[in-house]
Design a protein around this ligand. Structure first.
Ligand code: ADP
Ligand code: ZN
Length: 807
């Protein structure tokens, strides 16, 4: 019997069956399922087991009651159960248990986002290897008599188990041996290990051969599994051919030694930069909590190019020196190629990378690397939060203000906020890095909850770019054009000096709207309340909401008028067309999700730009993020007003963050950068803040407005989104929600039901309700109770979005 560190098994009565709580990776209600424990099986929390579920065998995790959650988030107690009716656990798998910090994190995310526990658990288990992932074994010479230690012995009679031959057999080999965990990192015994038959007494033992045998025997006595050809040749001063001949003669054999680690450890001293005085001070401030292993959140603020990455690399080195793991969350994986080469430059190896584009095999390797502490640094997209880190010692969230950290498919969560919970559960410090911090982070600094470290200037000789507003009412473009003559003049001047220009417009395709000049008909998506966007490369109409595509028509589908369809407004392809007319000799490249289709494609385009093979870069928000283009000195923002329209309260904050990031691409090296901003409302506070580069003043102003209205981050908010196949049904459910809403609570504000701008999405009719409360109230139990009051059938049509982005 194995000692259990904390009892997962509930011993209700010595004579009764023991029960165990198991979480399964499926969106089922409740907080795990009870099973009985077979005689002689001992389980620890986190152990990975096979259990019967209906007629199938499923993989689950030994779970604990989530008593660590704050009371309002704790799920309601499960009804009492009859142990006699419980089915037994089938087997415990020979894998290390899921770490407690990860299990508690999964509890947190599920409770906070009001999602089924199993749905969140599934995110984590998706990459769990079915059996240990093996790195190439290290082949070593061994004396013939040597038998390598067996990693673990599979449970012999497993195939006789009544459940072992079901339609969906588990992917695991079974074992009862917990003590066999080292097997997870050891290579499988290789078939090459079979000893060759000794070929009789004729084998000659020359002095050289005898020396080799002695040397090997000594190595084995010292506890080694063998010696490599190089080691053996060096230690005995013999030629490798002698070693090969001995193997042929059956005197020695080649066997597997310990495998190389799945990931090479970073070399902390590989390429240490000389930090400037400000940078060194910042790095030291970040390192203090790392050395003390305490949870705290620090904002590392600094204009783009101030060296935030260099500074947090230094903090990472500190965590690695403490032998703890580091997680770096990046907003978009497109960024990772540049980031990884910087990491390589600093630490001499590549980190473990985690994103949605990986093969299952790559994912399993990272998953295992995390749980066995072989992956020291993981850089990834938001779901990297669910990796089973053995000893997490630092979490970095780069570009913390980025809206892509908010996941909206599956269960909605904000990866930045959840990263902070993840770190807190591991007692690890957090670094949030940004040039344009989010209002949430700003509010936490104001409240004294987060620390603030500032890098005041760009590194080296680079200065911040000069920003100029272009009032489009006074400097309009020519008819049918979108670029003001002032901007095109500046472009020509810049390119005359062999420098690059970037034009930014956050709109993919050629034109956002196509209109029939005869009847006024507008081409609309058949599945959404959205216009079809015309694309020319390749030619087609695309709905940017649901990705519906159709050919570009030449005839109006409403009135049949021939060749009278007109593109209205610009997309980046139309800007590229205009640029081509103006500068036919120049080399233009487009950076948008349509062209950055894979990491390879992205690297290729980035390399061309970096090498100076392009003159003009035209891009959507894909160009805003972190790129460092040394020859780029002029940035033109084609339409600064674009995202300010619309009723979203966060529009101002997000526009400013985005445009500030874009502006930061200009002049990152010696040459002074310039930014020209085209706007029809240059007096707008956001455009003014952008032109003056005074982000803090904007945050101060914006926080006053939000504070006065108890809007986030000064209040809590949850959105309920109703989706149904028919408008009638959506209305009906909206009515049910409105009727049962907690109107009696005067401390809450209930808004809606309302019809969102995107009233129909993918043929689903949508309605929305919002509930708001002061920061002191947890809304989760209120929502849970509210939803329990409407019919079960209706509940299925409601998505819960905790801390929604738009309001
Ligand atoms: P940020 O993350 O704030 O945008 P980076 O860390 O990317 O800034 O730094 C901008 C550029 O300056 C990079 O090319 C980086 O290598 C360089 N740099 C910053 N600090 C140093 C330093 N102390 N020594 C050498 N190069 C530096
Ligand atoms: Zn659509």
């Amino acid at each position: 019997p194995l000692a259990t560190s904390s009892p997962a098994v509930t011993d209700t009565n010595a004579r009764q069956k023991k029960t165990v709580l198991i979480a399964l990776p499926y969106p089922l209600p409740g907080w795990g399922f009870h099973y009985s424990l077979p005689q002689g099986m001992a389980l620890r929390p986190g152990d990975i087991v096979h259990v019967p579920l209906g007629k199938r065998v499923e993989t689950g995790i030994v779970w604990e009651e989530p008593t660590h959650l704050p009371a309002p988030l704790r799920p309601p107690a499960a009804p009492p159960l009859n142990p006699a009716r419980l089915r037994p656990v089938i087997a415990c798998l020979p894998l290390p248990p899921l770490p407690q910090t990860l299990r508690q994190f999964i509890d947190w995310v599920a409770a906070y986002t009001l999602s089924p526990l199993g749905l969140v658990l599934a995110t984590s288990l998706r990459a769990m290897p079915a059996k240990p992932v093996m790195e190439k074994a290290n082949w070593l010479w061994q004396p013939l008599s040597f038998t390598p230690p067996t990693p673990f012995s599979p449970l012999a009679n497993m195939d006789k188990h009544p459940l072992a031959k079901t339609d969906k057999p588990g992917p695991f080999e079974y074992s009862q041996h917990h003590s066999a965990y080292p097997s997870f990192t050891q290579p499988e015994p290789s078939p090459n290990l079979q000893p060759a038959k000794l070929s009789g007494p004729s084998v000659r033992i020359t002095p050289q051969r005898s020396k080799i045998l002695q040397c090997l025997t000594q190595a084995i006595e010292e506890g080694k599994t063998g010696l490599s050809t190089a080691e053996l040749a060096e230690q005995t001063q013999t030629n490798p051919t002698v070693i090969k001949a001995m193997s042929k003669a059956g005197l020695i054999k080649q066997g597997a030694g310990p495998a190389a680690p799945l990931f090479s450890p970073p070399d902390l001293t590989y390429n240490v930069p000389t930090l400037s005085e400000h940078q060194a001070k910042a790095a030291e401030a970040l390192s203090v909590p790392i050395r003390q292993n305490i949870f705290c959140v620090t904002l590392l603020e600094g204009v783009t190019g101030s060296g935030k990455t260099e500074v947090y690399f230094q903090a990472m080195a500190e965590a690695l020196a403490q032998n703890r793991q580091v997680l770096v969350l990046l907003p978009e994986i497109a960024l990772s190629a540049q980031w990884i080469s910087r990491f390589q430059h600093r630490f001499g190896v590549t980190p473990a990378v985690w994103h949605s584009d990986m093969t299952p095999k790559q994912r399993r390797k990272v998953w295992q690397g995390c749980i066995t502490h072989q992956a020291k640094v993981v850089v990834g997209a938001r779901s990297a939060l669910f990796l089973p880190f053995a000893t997490l010692g630092l979490v970095v969230v780069d570009e913390e203000h980025e809206t892509t950290f908010k996941q909206e498919e599956g269960f909605s969560y904000n990866a930045r906020d959840m990263a902070i919970i993840r770190a807190q559960l591991s007692q690890a410090p957090v670094i949030l890095a940004s040039a344009t911090p989010s209002l949430e982070t700003y509010a936490n600094i104001q409240a004294g909850k987060y620390r603030h470290v500032l890098l005041p200037n760009r590194h080296g000789h680079a200065t911040t770019p000069q920003i100029k507003l272009l009032d489009m009412r006074q400097h309009p473009p020519l008819r049918g054009m979108f670029l003001s003559p002032l901007l095109t003049e500046a472009m020509a001047e810049t390119m005359d000096k062999n420098q690059q220009v970037m034009l930014f417009l956050n709109r993919r395709g050629y034109a956002p709207l196509t209109l029939c000049r005869s009847c006024g008909h507008r081409l609309q998506c058949p599945h959404c309340t959205a216009w079809l966007v015309a694309h020319h490369n390749p030619p087609r109409l695309i709905c940017h909401q649901c990705d519906h595509q159709e050919p570009l028509p030449s005839v109006c589908p409403a009135c049949g008028a021939d060749h009278n369809l007109a593109p209205i407004g610009p997309g980046i392809e139309r800007i590229a067309e205009e640029v081509h007319t103006l500068f036919p000799q120049k080399r233009v490249t487009i950076m948008a999700s349509d062209t950055l289709t894979s990491p390879q494609k992205t690297s290729q385009i980035v390399e061309q730009i970096t090498a100076g093979q392009k003159d003009i870069i035209i891009g959507t928000q894909s160009v805003a993020k972190g790129w460092h283009f040394p020859h780029l000195t002029l940035v033109g923002i084609v339409d600064a007003d674009l995202s300010l329209a619309g009723g979203d309260l966060r529009a101002g904050e997000h526009t400013l963050q985005l445009l500030h990031q874009v502006a930061g691409r200009a002049g990152r090296e010696q040459v002074q950068g310039h930014v020209l901003i085209q706007s029809y409302m240059p007096e707008h506070p956001v455009i003014q803040a952008l032109a003056k580069g005074d982000f803090t003043a904007f945050l101060r102003q914006e926080s006053k407005i939000r504070q006065a209205g108890f809007w986030p981050p000064y209040g809590r908010m949850i959105a309920l989104i109703i989706t149904a196949e028919t408008e009638q049904k959506a209305e009906l459910i909206a009515l049910q929600l409105a009727k049962t809403a907690p109107h009696h609570r005067t401390d809450l504000q209930i808004l809606g039901p309302s019809t969102p701008v995107l009233a129909i999405l993918r043929d689903q009719h949508r309605r929305r309700m919002l509930i708001r409360a002061p920061k002191t109230i947890f809304l989760q139990p209120i929502i849970q109770h509210w939803l329990s009051l409407i019919p079960k059938e209706s509940q299925k049509h409601i998505d819960i979005d905790v801390d929604p982005y738009s309001f």
